[in-house]
Design a protein around this ligand. Sequence first.
Ligand SMILES: [Zn+2]
Length: 359
Amino acid sequence: MVAGVVEKNLKEFIKRMPKVELHLHLEGSIRPQTALELMRRNDPSNAPINSYDVKKIYRFDDLSGFVQGMRNVSDNIQNLADLQQVTLELFHSLIEQNVQYVEYDCAVQKYIDLGFSLEEIVDALYRCSLEFPIKNRLKSNLIINLQRSHTPAKVSALVKQVAELDHPYIVGVGLSGDESSYPQGLFARAFQIAKQAGLHRTVHAGEAAGAASVWDALTQLHAERIDHGTRAIDDLKLVRYLQEHEIPLTQCLSSNINLNVVDGYENHPFGEFYKRGLCVTLNTDDPQVFGISLTQEFEIAAQYFDLDSDDLARIVLNGITASFENKQNKLFYHKRIEKELTFLENELRQEYVNEVSSI
Ligand SMILES: [Zn+2]
């Protein structure tokens, strides 16, 4: 692990450090400008006049308004070329932030309903991942998004298709949506199929509902990872369980603030989870909807939870530990990122020494 970098350069350290993102929805990554472009292309008579009007679509008062807003934006993806456009833009943004490993999810059912096969959709996304030369160092894996608003039978049928396709780009399935209206138990069958097929499983829990929903995700859906898990803080027995069983929480600070899960960064339990030794990671959830980057999420965490470069490095490496990669690849990425973090800190320290000695 790297030693503490001088406080003065922490912002620079965050900007340049290698990063990992595990909780990222493709449909929440569509830039307003791109949404406008897609609307003009696919539905010109209803397209807003400018990107200011598009931004209004991203506004919401609560979780259901947010889900509807997301749907309105992503409804403009009408074909595989549109899907590839938003995916490539997302990858560019990740590369700019030195994100080296990402697991993102895609609401594939939406495109299946448009008439594309699961294989065509996954192949289209996979081809995007091959567009980048190896020097960019972005490794991506796909999680198939399962939506709670769909019937349990429809969700189970999709998981079956995913299992049958057995595509190397897919590492698992992830359930999202309003957990207070659609409890975890409804999807027990779908997750049983996923488990039997060897698919990794992540579940949104402890976001729109309390700690009990996290327990349900673990016991009824065999979740290996919890997306958010924020309200687990209300049940210290659960917090201990998550720590003892090394269940990672993919935390999204700005998302939780924007959707009123927590009433201010200073009251977010992230710092407490971290202090208690939980495997927590930092993520954006829906970067374009919340107007946030992963770099900014790390800056916010450093500021509100008094984290130094050692802490930030640990959180980045937690991302590799919590990923759905195989053991061998995890070891590879862990070593590479750790080495780069050490190198970066030495570089910043040297820059600082040079700067001071030149005064
Ligand atoms: Zn999410």
